[in-house]
Design a protein around this ligand. Structure first.
Ligand code: GLV
Ligand code: MN
Ligand code: MN
Length: 413
C-alpha cells in the first residue's frame, strides 16, 4: 500500500479507549484515575502490556514516565516523540490525556501491522501527573524530564492527605531506574481533545494550536480565629472563610477588570475545622491565572496580591501567599503547526488554527524540541467532567493526522 493511503484502525482505537475507560470508571460515565493511585497503576500496567506486545524498547524513568521506542531505519538520528497522559481529574472524562496515548499506540500498531519502518525512530510516552490535581503542579514529570523542575522538589510534593509524591510513585511500582533527563528529540507531537467549544462551534474536525497560554498557580492560606458561632457577636470576628469569599469574588472579576485575554479561577478550597457551628479559623484556596500574554497575567497577579492583602488586613486574618508554579506561554514550532493544518487538509478534514487554553506536557516539550499539537472537538465544549465526550470518527481522524505528521517528520534527515 502506498504510504499516503495508510490509515489507523478506528474501531481498534475505540476498543482501547473503552478498555481504558473501565479503569476508574465513575457512575456518571467518566473516569477517576488520579495520578499515582491504584487506578493509575492499573491503567499503566495495561499500557505497558500493550507496549510489550508491540516489542517496543521500554523505559520507565525515576519520575514514572513510560517510554516505548520503535526502531527506525537510522537509529543514530534523534527520534520523533508522541504521547500524553493516563492520569485524570477527580470525576474527569474518558478522553483527556488518554486519547493522546491510545492514539499514539494505534499509530504504532498500524505501522507494525503494515510493516512500515520510519527513517527516524519513534517514541511513545505517558507522562506522569499531567493533571496536577492530586499533586501540584501540573505537567511536573515532563517538567523534570525537560530540565525545568527539580526532581526532589516534585518528589516532596504532598497530596491533601499528606502523602508524598515519591512514596506514592514507589507504592504503585513505577519509580523507574532511568534518570528523568531529556535526550535529543527531533520533534514532539501531542494529540488531545480540544477541551473547549471552538472546533464544534466552527464545524471543524482538527485543531492546530499555535501554542499554549501561560499558567500561574498560586496558593493562599488565611488564618482566622475559631469560636462558637452562637454567643460570638458578629463585630470583632476574624472569619477566615468570609475573608476568602471576598477574595474569591475579586478573583472572578479580575479578567473583566484587567481587559485583554485572560481567565482566573479558584478551583480548590479547604476550610477548617469545617463545622457549621465553629467560626472558620483556617482556609486554603488555589488561584489559577492564564493568558497568552505573560506580562498581562503577571500584572494581574501583582494587582490581585495587593488586593488580597488589603482584604486580609481589614478582616484581621493574616494571609500567606505561595507562588507555587508558573510556566510562560508557549508558541509552538510554526512549521509543525503548519504540518498539522496541511496534513488535515490532505486527509480531507477541515481544520482550525487556534490557541490552547488548557495546559499540556507539550508546554515543557516545546522548550526542548520543536513541538505541535493536534486537537479534535469536545462535544458541547465540556471537559474535566464526567460527560466529556468526543465522536469516535473524530478520534479516528485525529489519529490519522497524527500518523501522517509522524511519518512526514520521522522521514526528515
Ligand atoms: C490541565 O488539564 C489544565 O489545563 O489544567
Ligand atoms: Mn490533558
Ligand atoms: Mn486535564
Amino acid at each position: 500500500m502506498e504510504l499516503k493511503n495508510l490509515r489507523v484502525d478506528g474501531k481498534r482505537l475505540r476498543r482501547s479507549l473503552e478498555e481504558m475507560a473501565r479503569i476508574g470508571a465513575t457512575p456518571g460515565g467518566g473516569v477517576q484515575r488520579l495520578t499515582l493511585s491504584g487506578e493509575d497503576k492499573r491503567a499503566r500496567d495495561l499500557f505497558v502490556k500493550w507496549l510489550k506486545e508491540l516489542k517496543l524498547e521500554l523505559t520507565i524513568d525515576e519520575m514514572g514516565n513510560i517510554f516505548g521506542r520503535r526502531a527506525g531505519k537510522d537509529n543514530s538520528l534523534a527520534p520523533v516523540m508522541t504521547g500524553s497522559h493516563i492520569d485524570s481529574q477527580p470525576k474527569g472524562g474518558r478522553f483527556d490525556g488518554i486519547l493522546g496515548v491510545m492514539g499514539a499506540l494505534e499509530v504504532f500498531r498500524t505501522l507494525q501491522e503494515n510493516k512500515v519502518v520510519s527513517e527516524r525512530p519513534l517514541v511513545i510516552v505517558d507522562w506522569t501527573n499531567e493533571e496536577g490535581s492530586r499533586f501540584a503542579p501540573a505537567m511536573c514529570a515532563s517538567g523534570v524530564w525537560a530540565g525545568c523542575l527539580e526532581r526532589d522538589w516534585v518528589y516532596g510534593r504532598t497530596d491533601i492527605n499528606g502523602k508524598k509524591f515519591v512514596d506514592e510513585l514507589e507504592r504503585i511500582g513505577y519509580r523507574g531506574k532511568a534518570p528523568a533527563r531529556k535526550w535529543p528529540v527531533h520533534a514532539y507531537f501531542e494529540y488531545h481533545i480540544e477541551q473547549g467549544p471552538l472546533l464544534e462551534r466552527q464545524g471543524k474536525t482538527i485543531g492546530a494550536p499555535k501554542g499554549i497560554v501561560c499558567e500561574h498557580w498560586n496558593d493562599v492560606y488565611l488564618q482566622g480565629e475559631a469560636n462558637q458561632v452562637g454567643p460570638t457577636p458578629m463585630e470583632g470576628r476574624h472569619d477566615a472563610l468570609c475573608a476568602a469569599a471576598e477574595m474569591i469574588l475579586k478573583i472572578g472579576e479580575l479578567p473583566e477588570r484587567m481587559g485583554g485575554n485572560m481567565v482566573a479561577t479558584v478551583g480548590e478550597i479547604q476550610n477548617y475545622p469545617n463545622s457549621r457551628n465553629i467560626i472558620p479559623d483556617r482556609v486554603h484556596f488555589t488561584v489559577d491565572i492564564r493568558s497568552w500574554d505573560d506580562e498581562h497575567a503577571l500584572k494581574a497577579w501583582e494587582l490581585l496580591k495587593e488586593e488580597l492583602k488589603a482584604v486580609a488586613a481589614r478582616r484581621g486574618c493574616p494571609i500567606e501567599i505561595k507562588e507555587t508554579w508558573r510556566i510562560e506561554h508557549q508558541p509552538f514550532a510554526e512549521p509543525l503547526v503548519q504540518r498539522v493544518l496541511d496534513t488535515a487538509g490532505e486527509l480531507g478534514y477541515s481544520a482550525l488554527y487556534m490557541v490552547s487554553g488548557a495546559g499540556h506536557d507539550a508546554s515543557y516539550m516545546n522548550k526542548i524540541a520543536p513541538t505541535a499539537m493536534i486537537f479534535v472537538p469536545s462535544i458541547g465544549g465540556r471537559s474535566h467532567v464526567e460527560v466529556e465526550n468526543t465522536r469516535w470518527e473524530d478520534c479516528e481522524a485525529g489519529a490519522n493526522v497524527l500518523l501522517h505528521c509522524l511519518l512526514k517528520t520521522a522521514g526528515e534527515k
